[in-house]
Design a binder for this molecule. Structure first.
Ligand code: SAH
Ligand code: SF4
Ligand code: F3S
Length: 443
């Protein structure tokens, strides 16, 4: 019998990257590799990279540097840099780190098996960066999902929006959707394996199926998934506020399994900044959309993404963000300092906001949002919520953790031995914190 072969994948970035990582893993497993218990013994190391902000890139560059000693020790080790930063930086990465073997862009996720095989045959460095509209969207068939109950389901790739700050459309290419049938098939197979929660992934899910006949294809897809027997919960991300419409909201309201959670990235509350960002909505239009959501799904939780310090943002513009955030009433907000991405229009804008000003505004926004989060969570105290159990808490084996349909994290003491991951549990909330709820299981 030959020696076992091991792989190790380091993942950075968004849920789409986490999903891609599972597909890289699946293809390595098909080739006979096993997940390495430690990175030191891996025969293939894959960095699945992100470049959405400079901080992500710096972290990745540092980690690639740390791998050098492993390459020195094991000349056979294959080092692959894949994903968004690979797409953006291409051969610059090999210039910086000559021990990299393959740099693979974002359009080769489902051709990875062939790429590794080709490399192993002649060990010639590979740089594959073509953004090919015909890139394979079908999967290798076997799944290497990290979770045992929640499955990522990519429904579309790429982004056509070109928000002026964002590198994603440059590195992920143009929008392309998987077919209804392929998505349905993948979900049915995952249900048969015991998966209960499905997150439909795309940079802009509301654009799903724009290239197909008919309208409202994202709403149609939601209906199809909602009707698949065994699907317990459906999530999706990310939806663009400009494209989120009444048809989709109504579908969600009328569905059995689509979660009561809307993630609607606002980015900024000033109309001037929103225009310069090319977001395609005003703050007033955004708040109207929130009203529509609250009308059809009153119990829905609402979360957002915000960027602080976009070029040209004045104190008054920042105040408009604070005002809009307050008016929207978010359950949670992911707040980022604007990061200059070369190749994007905003990186050329002259009025870049100095870092100390960005940081000050960031802290102010965070403090305000944290207060809102806490108040939102306090409103749950005394209520009973349904939680999908995700297992024991990381820090305490006697405590279980899970999420509500609104994506709130809930912790509760384990009182029964026979609770399985993926079970739906009724929990009475007794305590609220900014980021989580605590409670007791109702028997
Ligand atoms: N397609 C998704 C996710 C994009 S990236 C969407 O449109 O929502 C996730 C978040 O990163 C964005 O919503 C934005 O808030 C943030 N982001 C993107 N580019 C950024 C940049 N250059 N600087 C800071 N934050 C950025
Ligand atoms: Fe980036 Fe905008 Fe596309 Fe989201 S919608 S990925 S923020 S360009
Ligand atoms: Fe990062 Fe690429 Fe996702 S840049 S946020 S990993 S699409």
């Amino acid at each position: 019998m030959g020696k076992n072969k091991f792989y190790h994948i380091l993942n950075f970035g968004c849920q789409m990257n986490e999903s891609d990582t599972e597909h890289y893993a699946a293809q390595l497993i098909t080739l006979g590799y096993e997940q390495a218990p430690t990175i030191e013994i891996a025969d293939v190391i894959v960095f699945n990279t992100c470049c959405v902000r400079e901080s992500a890139e710096q972290k990745i560059l540092g980690k690639i540097g740390e791998i050098k000693h492993l390459k020195n020790k094991n000349k056979e080790l294959v080092l692959v840099i894949a994903g968004c930063m690979a797409q953006k930086e291409g051969k610059n990465l090999i210039k910086k780190f000559p021990y990299i073997d393959c740099v693979i862009g974002t359009h080769y996720v489902n051709s990875f098996l062939e790429i590794i095989q080709a490399f192993l045959e002649n060990r010639k460095k590979l740089i594959l960066l073509e953004q090919n509209a015909d890139a394979k969207t079908e999967f290798s068939g076997i799944s290497a999902r990290k979770s045992s109950f929640a499955a990522w389901i990519p429904i579309m790739y790429g982004c056509n929006n070109f928000c002026t700050y964002c590198i994603v459309p440059h590195v992920r290419g143009r929008e392309r959707s998987r077919s209804f049938a392929e998505i349905e098939q993948e979900i049915k197979e995952a249900v048969a394996k015991g998966f209960k929660e499905f997150t439909l992934l795309g940079q802009n899910v509301n654009s799903y199926g724009k290239e197909f006949p008919g309208e409202d294809n994202f709403a149609k897809l939601l209906e199809i998934v909602d009707a698949i027997p065994g699907v317990e919960r459906i999530r999706y991300m990310t939806s663009h506020p400009r494209d989120m419409n009444e048809a989709v909201i109504k579908t969600i309201a009328n569905s059995k399994h689509i979660c009561d959670h809307f993630h609607l990235p606002l980015q900024a509350g000033s109309d001037k900044i929103l225009k310069r960002m090319n977001r395609g909505y005003t703050a007033a239009e955004y708040l109207k959309l929130v009203e529509l959501v609250r009308h059809y799904v009153p119990q829905a939780t609402l979360t957002t993404d915000l960027i602080v310090g976009f070029p040209g943002e004045t104190e008054a513009d920042f105040q408009a963000t604070l005002d809009t955030v307050k008016a929207a009433g978010y359950d949670a907000a992911y707040t980022f300092l604007y990061s200059r991405r070369s190749g994007t229009p905003a990186s050329e804008y002259s009025e870049q906001v100095p870092l100390p000003v960005k940081k000050e505004r960031f802290n102010k926004l965070l403090a305000m949002q944290n207060e809102i989060c806490l108040a939102k969570n306090e409103a749950y105290v005394g209520k009973v919520v349904e939680v999908l159990c995700e297992g024991s808490s990381k820090t305490d084996a006697t405590v279980l953790t899970g999420r509500t349909t609104g994506n709130k994290i809930v912790l509760w003491p384990k009182i029964k031995e026979n609770i399985a991951i993926g079970d739906l549990i009724q929990v009475k909330i007794t305590q609220a914190q900014t980021w989580l709820l605590k409670g007791e299981q109702i028997c």
